[in-house]
Design a protein around this ligand. Structure first.
Ligand SMILES: CC(C)(COP(=O)(O)OP(=O)(O)OC[C@H]1O[C@@H](n2cnc3c(N)ncnc32)[C@H](O)[C@@H]1OP(=O)(O)O)[C@@H](O)C(=O)NCCC(=O)NCCS
Length: 317
């Protein structure tokens, strides 16, 4: 078995790498939500300026049997590397995962990182291999979230009459950008991250524009924002991604600004986005910390059900 870096200039090598990642990740997880091939192609062939990614592959007799990815943030959290390791089911418990992880840790250390973080998703009725592996390599649990899904359509929740919901797709219109950036930064500062010791990402106009432009290549990005009628102040936003060609959506951030809480705006913004989706979109995924009582309650009231537990693990390297 040898481990080498993926040659990102070779389309068939990229396809093989992605297929192994997908097959390994789906083996134990019927509800897995994975980055689609389109989105993978964008990050593999046109790296962004805010993170560097290293992709490794383990080969046995010429066949790719395991893959790993290391993401190195370049503007904040410069002591951290994010990693993901996947080994095809028939080749597990032969030390391939550990060997990949050692190369990942070496590359992270060379880039000045002192800790490795990673997400492990566990199906309550499936294998706990990912979690057992993370514990075996010395990682500790730092934060936990539930992965929930809901079938569409979902009955739209009423909007408090003191507010109106404004929507857009793709790039945020110029007239809302300042308010939207303030809310995105509030979200990054407020989102519960348990024991994870991380600097919040700070978004400014150019960074938001770069992310909007890159995301648009693989996703239909939909935003619903609540605006108070009396003074036009924005009270919150909800962000939904629909991968191109997919029949599901992925609920990302939902924030209600502190002085606007208590008006049930979260459910109203989310369901406004769902109601606007084309009919063939039949499922929405989301993640919420079980300790985030308000959002968990909003989600279960809308019909979301827990399908996986997600553990944020971290190891010193
Ligand atoms: C997690 C995963 C990468 C492990 O790959 P692997 O090649 O089987 O790992 P290794 O053989 O190097 O195992 C290293 C140690 O992890 C632990 N471990 C791995 N799988 C385990 C399992 N199913 N049950 C209990 N312990 C396990 C053991 O301590 C093992 O050492 P041992 O075999 O000497 O007892 C693989 O199961 C996988 O791809 N799972 C799906 C993706 C995932 O969850 N990745 C983790 C996110 S980073």
């Amino acid at each position: 078995m040898d481990i080498r870096e993926l040659d990102v200039t070779d389309p068939s090598a990229r396809r093989a790498w992605y297929d192994v990642m997908e097959r390994a990740a789906r083996a134990d997880r019927p509800h897995a939500l994975l980055e689609g091939f389109d989105a993978f192609e964008v990050t593999a062939t046109e790296p962004g300026e805010y993170a560097e990614r290293v992709r490794l592959e383990a080969r046995d007799g010429g066949e790719v049997v395991g893959v790993a990815e290391l993401e190195l943030p370049l503007t904040e959290n410069l002591d951290v590397g994010w990693c993901d390791v996947n080994v095809v089911p028939e080749e597990r418990r032969r030390g391939i995962g550990r060997a990949l992880l050692e190369v990942v840790a070496g590359r992270a250390r060379n880039a000045g990182r002192s800790r490795l973080g990673g997400e492990v998703n566990v199906d309550p009725h499936g294998s706990r291999a990912g979690l057992e592996f993370a514990l075996a390599i010395g990682a500790e649990e730092k934060h936990r979230e539930d992965h929930l899904v809901a079938d569409l359509p979902i009955e739209p929740a009423p909007v408090d009459p003191a507010y109106e919901v404004v929507t857009w797709r793709g790039r945020c219109p110029d007239e809302h950008r300042e308010a939207y950036l303030a809310m995105r930064n509030q979200m990054n500062a407020d989102v519960p991250t348990g024991q994870l010791d991380l600097e919040a990402t700070v978004l400014y106009d150019a960074r938001l524009a770069s992310s909007e432009e890159r995301l648009a290549r693989s996703y239909d990005v939909r935003v619903a924002a609540a605006r108070r009628r009396t003074d036009g102040a924005f009270g919150g936003y909800s962000l939904l991604f629909v991968p191109h060609g997919a029949d599901y959506g992925w609920q990302d951030d939902t924030l209600v600004m502190p002085e606007h809480r208590g008006h049930r705006l979260g459910g109203a913004m989310k369901t406004t986005n769902y109601a606007d989706l084309p009919e063939h979109i039949g499922l929405v995924h989301t993640w919420t910390a079980p300790s985030n009582t308000a959002m968990h309650h909003t989600n279960t009231a809308l019909g979301f059900q827990v399908v996986e537990h997600m553990y944020e693990m971290e190891a010193s390297i």
